[in-house]
Design a binder for this molecule. Structure first.
Ligand SMILES: Cc1cc2nc3c(=O)[nH]c(=O)nc-3n(C[C@H](O)[C@H](O)[C@H](O)COP(=O)(O)OP(=O)(O)OC[C@H]3O[C@@H](n4cnc5c(N)ncnc54)[C@H](O)[C@@H]3O)c2cc1C
Length: 479
């Protein structure tokens, strides 16, 4: 083992080369700062989080990668929500909201996307050390922070930085080390996902839409990617994952059995890489920044991915953090003010998304999404939120406020037995949809879905997630 001391001294050391880390490193290097970024894997590597939002596009322009993203992405005109329980599908098209500055986004294979962003930060002047894992962060070493890292061949390096950015994603290196991490105990969900071929896309212009298939205990996503690949995953609540001993194939099959519309599309599906599981969903850190460090992206907070918000939040947090840190390096007080405003903005976004996520399995919110009645113009509100417009201060008629207003009215009506269904209000003696209603309608057993796995070449599977064959207890214990 070789030990190298002070192999790098820099202004800013970034831990993690995902979208948050690459954005922070690229912008700070462009501002003339000496930046070193450590990434524990080698790119390209598999990562989940493939559906992007329209408000990502201005950030791509700013980073100078807009043309390259267009080249590797599938054009995404909006999102579709399908509910078998309601017997309807609703399409939310970005172009239908005249207030949005951008009318589309992209679906991307993260292996390609993350490599592209990381290469771009290298091009803009950041030093990138791949296959190098940050192990420990030691504050107050003089005016510096010391980061110990293990590189290829187990080489250990000690690096000194004026400021450390944690962009280590769900590994949450600093939030865990500093005891800042809080998990959302109420909204415990987990996911199982993989890449498939032979899953039909929607017709014509809608071919690039993400589809969310709702079922009683969760939802499935279908994201059309390049090379004829469909990313398919299930997010389930605690009840869905509880006390089951299925393997990951069995879990996905159980979700499909609860969603006939998704099962139909998966009838000839062929799995091309082992399924992966992720548990223990939502969390945040009690602080976003401290003396000499800043958290960005998933290293700060994570919310359920239903609205595909993760990459936009990671990149916009990286951009805001870069501006604040650049000032902090010259003037601590002014930088700290900017970091506080960065924290307020991020929390505003998280609260907006969490409000919807916490209610997505309720009949009232699902009725609002699936009904053809557009109460308080919520359709445009939902499109704005799905486009990534969730950071602004909430005025009386902001997208989220309109959703909350409609929700409040419909919640009150549900208490006297009225529900919004189809084109109007109907009386319902019960508020719940039984899972057997949809399962029986499918007429398919869980065992009917079995996929042969063809391993793709050249892209490493994620090291930190549970691969297929792991039992559902792995998800349970994490969730
Ligand atoms: C099931 C699921 C579905 C999702 N779907 C979507 C979606 O459709 N759209 C969307 O926008 N988001 C989605 N997300 C969220 C999205 O994946 C994340 O929000 C996004 O990747 C966060 O980016 P990041 O840069 O913060 O972290 P990451 O992308 O996770 O990057 C962190 C990087 O840090 C590296 N790293 C970790 N520890 C260390 C260390 N000690 N030293 C060096 N490097 C380290 C990792 O290797 C990784 O490359 C989904 C998430 C899940 C779990």
């Amino acid at each position: 083992m070789i030990v190298v001391h002070n192999s790098h001294e820099c202004d800013v050391l970034v831990i993690g080369g995902g979208p948050a880390g690459s954005t922070t490193a690229a912008l700070l290097a462009h501002m003339g700062r000496k930046v070193v970024l450590l990434e524990k894997d080698r790119m390209p590597r598999f990562h989940i989080g493939e559906s992007l939002l329209p408000l990502n596009l201005p950030l791509f322009e700013r980073l100078g990668v807009a043309d390259e993203i267009r080249r590797i992405g599938v054009y995404k005109p909006g999102a579709e929500m399908v509910s078998d329980a309601h017997g309807t599908a609703t399409k939310f098209r970005f172009a239908s909201n005249p207030h949005l500055p951008v009318d589309h986004s992209y679906q991307v294979q993260r292996a390609e996307f993350d490599k592209l962003l990381l290469d771009n930060s290298r091009r803009l002047g950041a030093t990138i050390l791949e296959a190098t894992r940050a192990r420990e962060v030691e504050f107050d070493v003089g005016e510096r922070t010391r980061i110990t890292a293990t590189g290829p061949d187990a080489t250990v390096s000690s690096l000194l930085a004026r400021h450390v950015v944690d962009a280590s994603g769900r590994d949450t290196l600093l939030a865990s080390q500093l005891g800042l991490k809080r998990t959302d105990k109420i909204h415990g969900t987990a996911a199982v996902y993989g890449h498939f071929r032979n899953v039909p896309r929607r017709d014509g212009d809608d071919a690039g839409m993400i589809t969310v298939h709702l079922f009683e205990q969760g939802w499935l996503w279908m994201i059309p990617l390049t090379d004829g690949i469909m990313s398919v995953g299930v997010v389930g609540d605690r009840a869905f994952f509880k006390h089951r001993t299925d393997d990951l194939n069995g879990i996905l099959a159980r979700a499909l059995a609860a969603s006939p519309s998704a099962a139909d599309r998966m009838a000839k599906a062929e799995l091309i890489r082992p399924l992966v599981a992720t548990g223990n969903y939502s969390y945040d850190a009690r602080r976003i920044a401290g003396n000499g460090y800043t958290l960005t992206g998933d290293a700060f907070a994570f919310v359920d991915p239903m609205f595909s918000t993760g990459v936009l939040m990671a990149m916009s947090s990286g951009a805001l953090a870069a501006e604040a840190i650049n000032v902090w390096l010259e003037n601590r007080k002014a930088g700290e003010r900017l970091l506080r405003s960065y924290e307020r903005r991020m929390r505003r976004g998280l609260e907006a998304i969490s409000w919807l996520i916490h209610r997505i399995n309720t009949n009232v919110l699902r009725d609002m999404f699936m009904s053809s009645i557009d109460m308080f113009d919520i359709r445009n509100g939902v499109v704005a939120i799905l486009a990534g417009d969730f950071y602004e201060k909430r005025g009386l008629f902001s997208p989220l406020r309109r959703c909350q207003l409609a929700y409040g009215v419909l919640y009150g009506l549900s208490k006297v037995g009225l529900r919004l269904r189809g084109r109007g209000l109907t009386w319902r003696s019960t508020n719940s949809v039984k899972s057997t209603d949809v399962g029986d309608a499918l007429g398919k057993g869980i065992g009917d879905f079995k996929w042969a796995i063809n391993e793709p070449e050249g892209i490493a599977a994620p090291a930190t997630e549970a691969a297929d064959g792991a039992r559902v207890q792995a998800v349970d214990s994490a969730a």
